[in-house]
Design a protein around this ligand. Structure first.
Ligand code: GDP
Length: 204
C-alpha cells in the first residue's frame, strides 16, 4: 500500500465521539515507550503525525487518523506506567475496554512489544483480554535495529513459544524498526489485504 494521504482527525476520550464514518479501523497499543509514535510516523511516511494532535495529555486519548481516505489508524494510550494510582489504572482500563468493546469499525488491534524484552505479563494479559473479547489482533515487534538477525529470530521464537502456552494458533506478527524503516510494507500490506477482504465480503 502506498500512503497518499495521512491526516489527523480527532482526539477524544469517549468512544461515542469517535468518527462516525464506516471505515475499517486499526488500533495501535502497547506499553509506554515501546515506540508507538515512531512506528505510526514510519508507517505513514510522516515525521510527526503521531504527535500532531499536540495537546498536553493527548497520550491519554483515543487519536484518530485517516489514511488514504479509506481507513482509520488509531493511536491509543500507552499502558503500563509503573507509578499510576490504582484508581487511575481502573479509569484507564474502563476507557480502553469501552473502546474495544464498543467500536464497531475496529477490524484489528496491533499490540506493540519491544523485541529486546522477554514476554511481559502486562502484554500477555492484554492479548488474553483481546482474545477473550473476540477482538482480532496482531503483534508488532518494535526496535528490531537494536538486535542482530539471529537474536531477532530467537526473541520472536521465544515469544511465539510463550503464546503457544495459551493459544492454539499464533496471531499475525511483524518485525519492525522505525529508525531503519523495517517492516513498513509488511504491516501496510496486511492492512491492505484485510481491507480488500472486507470489501469483498460487503460486495457478496
Ligand atoms: P511511544 O511512547 O510508544 O510512543 O514511543 P516513542 O515512539 O516516543 O519512542 C520511545 C523511544 O524509543 C524514543 O526514544 C525513540 O527514539 C525510541 N525508538 C522508537 N522506535 C525505535 C526504533 O525503531 N529503533 C530504535 N533504536 N529506537 C526507537
Amino acid at each position: 500500500m502506498k500512503i497518499k494521504s495521512a491526516e489527523f482527525v480527532i482526539s477524544n476520550s469517549e468512544v461515542a465521539k469517535c468518527p462516525k464514518k464506516d471505515l475499517p479501523e486499526y488500533a495501535f497499543i502497547g506499553r509506554s515507550n515501546v515506540g508507538k509514535s515512531s512506528l505510526i510516523n514510519m508507517l505513514t511516511d510522516r515525521k510527526s503525525l503521531a504527535k500532531t494532535s499536540g495537546r498536553p495529555g493527548k497520550t491519554q486519548l483515543i487519536n484518530h487518523f485517516i489514511i488514504n481516505d479509506s481507513w482509520y489508524l488509531v493511536d491509543l494510550p500507552g499502558y503500563g506506567y509503573a507509578r499510576v494510582s490504582k484508581s487511575s489504572k481502573k479509569k484507564f482500563q474502563k476507557f480502553i475496554t469501552n473502546y474495544f468493546e464498543q467500536r464497531r469499525q475496529l477490524v484489528s488491534a496491533f499490540v506493540l512489544v519491544d523485541i529486546r524484552h522477554k514476554p511481559q505479563p502486562i502484554d500477555i494479559e492484554f492479548m488474553q483480554y483481546l482474545g477473550e473479547s473476540g477482538i482480532p489482533f496482531g503483534i508488532i515487534f518494535t526496535k528490531a535495529d537494536k538486535l542482530k538477525p539471529q537474536a531477532i529470530d530467537r526473541q520472536v521464537e521465544n515469544y511465539c513459544q510463550e503464546l503457544l502456552k495459551f493459544w492454539e494458533e499464533l496471531p499475525p506478527y511483524f518485525v519492525t524498526s522505525s529508525s531503519k524503516k523495517i517492516g513498513q510494507e509488511d504491516v501496510l500490506n496486511f492492512i491492505e489485504d484485510t481491507n480488500k477482504e472486507i470489501e469483498q465480503l460487503k460486495a457478496e
